[in-house]
Design a protein around this ligand. Structure first.
Ligand SMILES: CC(C)[C@H](C(=O)O)[C@@H](O)C(=O)O
Ligand code: SF4
Length: 464
C-alpha cells in the first residue's frame, strides 16, 4: 500500500503498539534547553535512573541567556540558577552541553541542524514547541511536555498516539519579493491557528521544493502555530547538499549508505492524506500580522481589517490599531531580527542587504540576535555585523532574546515591534508589548523607515 512520508518514519520507529492505545516510539535524537529540563533531571534523581542514551542527547542554553556583556556574571538570578542547574545536570548525567558564551551555543533549533545532528528520517524531540523546525529535513520532530522529557531521558522512547496526516501543497513559483516567512504566514492566514490540530503536515509542491534549507526551517518552525503536531518536507538534493560536510553528518561509506536510505523518504504516489490544502504560490504577497495570533495576517500593502468578532476587537484594542489604517502608515518603536524562525545566516544576509548604506530611523530600537554563535561568527566574517552596526542596529550574541523576553531583551508596555519571530501573543515580547510578525527583509526595511515597509520603499521614500 502506498505510504506517506510520515507513515514511513512512524512505522520504522514503533517499538510496541497496543490495540487502541498509543504507540511506543523510539527516539533518535533529544534536544534540551535550560527552561524545560530541570524538573526532568530531578525526576530521574528521585527514581534513581540514569540517562539511557546520553550520546543521543544534547543541551544548550538559549531562552534566558543574556545576549550582551558575555564577560560579566549573569545578573538575573533565576536565569543564572537555571543555567547553573543545566550545567550541573549535564555534567552529572554525561550529556553534551553547549553553554552560554561558547561557539557551540545557540537556539536549540538552530544548533541541531547546524551541527548536522538533525537528519532525514529521524524522530526528534525537545521540550519545546518549535521542535517542528527540524521537520525541514524530513525528520519527524515535535515538542514534548516536561514529564515526557524525563521519559525520553530514561528510556529513549515516548508514548504517542498516531496523528492524522495533512498535505499542504504550494504549487507555482513564489513571486520575487515573497519569502519563506510570507509563505508560512500566508498558509496560516488560510488554514488558521487550528487548521492543523491533530495532524502532521507535509509541505509539498514546487514552491516548497524551491526553498533553501533555511527557508524550509522557517516554514516548518511555524507549523506549530497552526496547531499541528509536526511539519515536514521530504528530503531532496537541497537537503543532502546542506548536510554534506556538517560535523555530525555521516562520512565516507556511511554517507553513501545514509543517502540511499534518505532517498526512500518521500510520499508514495497514490498515498492518501486525511486532509489536503492547496495553495497557489503566485497569489502570495509579503505579509504582516496585525493582531495577537499568528493567523491574523494582512498583506503589507493592505489595511488594518474591520473586526469580525469580539476576539478580533480585543486584538485590535490590545494592538492599539484602528481599522482602515494602512499597514505602511503604522510606526514602530522597535525591530527584532532573530528567533528560531529567522535568525540563520541566510536571514541575516537578506536583512543586511536591505540595510546596507542606510541608517535606522531615529528613535527606533533595532536588534539583531543571531540564532547561534556560529551564525554570529559567520556573519562577522562576511561583514554583515559591520553593516548592521553602521546602520545603528545593536549586534548581539545568540539566544531567544526578544522573541520571548525571558532575558533582559523585552519591550515596554505599548511599544510596537516588527519582529521576525513566530508568536505575537499578548505580552510575548514584554508586558503590554505589541508584536507584528514579518520576514527579515521587511523587518530591515521597517527599521530604516520607522514604519512598515518593503525594501523597495526605502529608495522611493528616501529620494522624496
Ligand atoms: C519556553 C518554551 C517551553 C517555549 C516553547 O515550548 O515553545 C518557548 O520556546 C516558546 O517559543 O514559547
Ligand atoms: S527563539 Fe523563540 S520560539 Fe524559538 S525556542 Fe526560543 S523562545 Fe521559542
Amino acid at each position: 500500500m502506498p505510504k506517506t512520508l510520515f507513515e514511513k518514519i512512524w512505522e520504522k520507529h514503533v517499538v510496541r503498539s497496543t490495540e487502541g492505545g498509543p504507540d511506543l516510539l523510539y527516539i533518535d535524537f533529544h534536544l534540551m534547553h535550560e527552561v524545560t529540563s530541570p524538573h526532568a533531571f530531578n525526576k530521574l534523581r528521585q527514581l534513581g535512573l540514569k540517562v539511557r542514551r546520553p550520546d543521543l542527547t544534547i543541551a544548550t542554553m538559549d531562552h534566558q541567556v543574556p545576549t550582551n556583556n558575555l564577560d560579566l556574571p549573569v545578573e538575573d538570578e533565576i536565569a543564572a540558577q537555571q543555567m547553573e542547574a543545566l550545567r550541573k545536570n549535564c555534567a552529572e548525567f554525561g550529556i553534551q552541553l553547549h553553554p552560554w558564551g561558547t561557539l557551540g551555543q545557540g537556539i536549540v533549533h538552530v544548533i541541531g541542524p547546524e551541527m548536522g545532528l538533525t537528519q532525514p528520517g529521524m524522530t526528534i524531540v525537545c521540550g519545546d514547541s518549535h521542535t517542528s523546525t527540524h521537520g525541514a529535513f524530513g525528520a519527524l520532530a515535535f515538542g514534548i511536555g516536561i514529564s515526557e522529557v524525563a521519559h525520553v531521558l530514561a528510556t529513549q522512547t515516548l508514548l504517542q498516539r498516531k496523528p492524522k496526516t495533512m498535505a499542504v501543497t504550494v504549487e507555482g513559483k513564489l513571486p520575487k519579493d515573497v519569502t519563506a516567512k510570507d509563505l508560512i504566514l500566508g498558509i496560516l492566514k488560510k488554514i488558521g491557528t487550528d487548521g492543523g490540530v491533530g495532524h502532521v503536515i507535509e509541505y509539498r509542491g514546487e514552491a516548497i521544493r524551491s526553498l533553501s534549507m533555511e527557508g524550509r526551517m522557517t516554514v516548518c518552525n511555524m507549523t506549530i502555530e497552526a496547531g499541528a503536531r509536526a511539519g515536514l518536507i521530504a528530503p531532496d538534493e537541497t537537503t543532502f547538499e546542506y548536510l554534506k560536510d556538517k560535523p555530525y553528518a555521516p562520512k565516507g561509506e556511511q554517507w553513501e549508505k545514509a543517502l540511499a536510505e534518505w532517498k526512500e523518504l518521500y510520499t508514495d504516489e497514490g498515498a492518501v492524506f486525511d486532509k489536503e490544502v492547496k495553495i497557489n504560490a503566485e497569489e502570495l504577497v509579503p505579509y504582516v500580522t496585525w493582531g495577537t495570533t499568528p493567523d491574523q495576517v494582512v498583506p503589507l500593502d493592505g489595511e488594518v481589517p474591520q473586526p469580525r468578532n469580539s476576539n478580533e476587537e480585543r486584538a485590535l484594542k490590545y494592538m492599539g490599531l484602528v481599522p482602515g489604517t494602512k499597514i505602511k502608515d503604522i510606526e514602530v518603536n522597535a525591530v527584532f531580527i532573530g528567533s528560531c524562525t529567522n535568525s540563520r545566516i541566510e536571514d541575516l544576509r537578506a536583512a543586511a542587504q536591505v540595510v546596507k548604506g542606510h541608517k535606522v530611523k531615529e528613535g527606533v530600537r533595532a536588534l539583531v540576535v543571531p540564532g547561534s554563535m556560529k551564525v554570529k561568527k559567520q556573519a562577522e566574517d562576511e561583514g554583515l555585523a559591520e553593516i548592521f552596526q553602521q546602520a545603528g542596529f545593536e549586534w548581539r550574541a545568540s539566544g531567544c532574546s526578544m522573541c520571548v523576553g525571558m532575558n533582559a531583551d523585552y519591550l515596554q508596555p505599548g511599544e510596537r515591534c516588527a519582529s521576525t519571530s513566530n508568536r505575537n501573543f499578548e505580552g510575548r515580547q514584554g508586558k503590554g508589548a505589541r508584536t507584528h510578525l514579518v520576514s527579515p527583509v521587511i523587518a530591515a526595511a521597517t527599521a530604516i523607515l520607522g514604519r512598515f515597509a518593503s525594501p523597495s520603499d526605502i529608495n522611493v521614500l528616501m529620494n522624496r
